[in-house]
Design a protein around this ligand. Structure first.
Ligand code: ADP
Length: 376
């Protein structure tokens, strides 16, 4: 029999916070989610005290995992945003027993069995990053690659909705999680672990414990490529992720509006800063084709992203139209590449996927031999 929430809470009462208080009385516990012996919850702590909390998090997780009837436990550290304060990202972790494909020198260790990890990022929210990420992943699958998707968008995980996934992940051997399989893609989302209403804003360092778990405590199996749907923006959390995930490259999604392009530029700069190659820019909601008369309208002014990519000296990967079908399929959990594989949109995404694959091959080569810079 799996323990009830009250039994779990009772067990947690015996654990002390770093300040010596009863964990259950410190006001840090989130809603406890438990299904079939799988237990998930988070501890919401002060951003400045993450280091002190990490051993407690581990202790809590171990304690819950050891309870009879518990098959797996995942406990994440989160924090409420404290206005005006901004935690600096931790320095990149050095070394790695098994560097990921395309990673030379010190960077985070690779994920065993996963050949390349790429990030899909955007300078701001609402540009269609997640829609692009899932359709790109499906298009890469169509090229014959074994693909995984890691939804790291902590501010608004989209994969549960985009793929209509309602179940919780299963466990393997009591400690590791199995990704959920959809359309022959392995999917893991922070949304599977955290309740949608959790009223917290995740911040840099806390994000890492959850992200590390999703990367390393999930049975990804053998993957040619893992697509990481990044949180939008270029703040600390994003920078930390870009540093901590062994990325072989990044794809930036932008709309043609000038403002979004300025944000896209920041995205490019962020990945450059942490030495992750930019595989290219995708212009989303690029143009509108009238479903009635077939006339194309460049509502936001077409070509901005292409021009910007040229200026930034990064590849332009393609333009995705603003289209009702893309929106409807996306919002219904039936991504267009999977459900309308012979349609025009699937072709657009497949052309982009092909370019991503080519860019990845190129960047792997260039990264294999890191440049040595001798300062005078
Ligand atoms: P983000 O991840 O950048 O926040 P989403 O992928 O969640 O963006 O997309 C935001 C909204 O825009 C969703 O309703 C989605 O269906 C819609 N959308 C995304 N791309 C397109 C497109 N090319 N055409 C029409 N609607 C789109």
């Amino acid at each position: 029999m799996a323990p009830t929430k009250d039994q779990i809470r009772e067990r947690l009462a015996a654990i002390a916070t770093p300040g010596g208080r009863k964990l259950t009385e410190a006001g840090v516990l989130s809603e406890i989610v438990t299904t079939d012996g799988k237990v998930f919850f988070s501890l919401s702590v002060d951003a400045a005290q993450v280091k002190a909390w990490e051993p407690v998090r581990k202790q809590v997780e171990d304690a819950v995992r050891a309870m009879p009837g518990v098959t797996s436990a995942m406990v994440a550290l989160t924090a409420e945003r404290s206005a005006g304060k901004s935690a600096p990202p931790p320095p990149p972790q050095q070394g790695g027993a098994r560097p990921a494909h395309g990673h030379g020198g010190g960077g985070p260790a690779g994920v065993p069995g996963v050949t390349s990890i790429i990030a899909v990022a955007s300078g701001k929210g609402g540009v269609g990053k997640s829609t692009t990420a899932i359709n790109l992943a499906l298009a890469l699958r169509d090229l014959g690659l074994k693909v995984g998707v890691l939804d790291a968008d902590i501010y608004g995980p989209s994969m549960p909705k985009l793929l209509a996934i309602r179940e919780k992940p299963q466990t393997v051997g009591g400690t590791r999680l199995k990704p959920i399989s959809r359309y022959d893609i392995a999917v893991m989302s922070i949304g599977f672990l955290i309740e949608e209403e959790t009223p917290m804003i995740w911040r840099g360092p806390m994000v890492m414990s959850a992200l590390t778990q999703m990367l390393r405590e999930v049975e990804w199996g053998q993957l040619d490529i893992m697509v990481v749907d990044m949180p939008p923006g270029t703040g600390d959390a994003q920078l930390t992720m870009a540093q901590q995930v062994p990325l072989a490259g990044a794809v930036i999604v932008s709309t043609p509006q000038d403002l979004a392009l300025i944000d896209a530029r920041r995205g490019v700069a962020m990945f450059k800063r942490v030495n992750v190659p930019i595989l290219g820019v995708i212009e989303n909601m690029s143009y509108f084709v009238c479903p009635h008369c077939g006339t194309r309208s460049d509502i936001f002014g077409h070509g901005g992203a292409e021009h910007e990519a040229e200026r930034l000296n990064v590849p332009f990967l393609g333009a995705v139209p603003l289209d009702m079908t893309i929106r409807e399929t996306s919002d219904a959990g039936l991504p267009v590449v999977a459900t309308q594989p012979d349609g025009p949109h699937a072709k657009v995404y497949r052309d982009i996927a092909q370019k991503v694959r080519t860019a990845l091959a190129g960047s792997a080569g260039s990264r294999a031999a890191p440049k040595i810079v001798i300062e005078a």
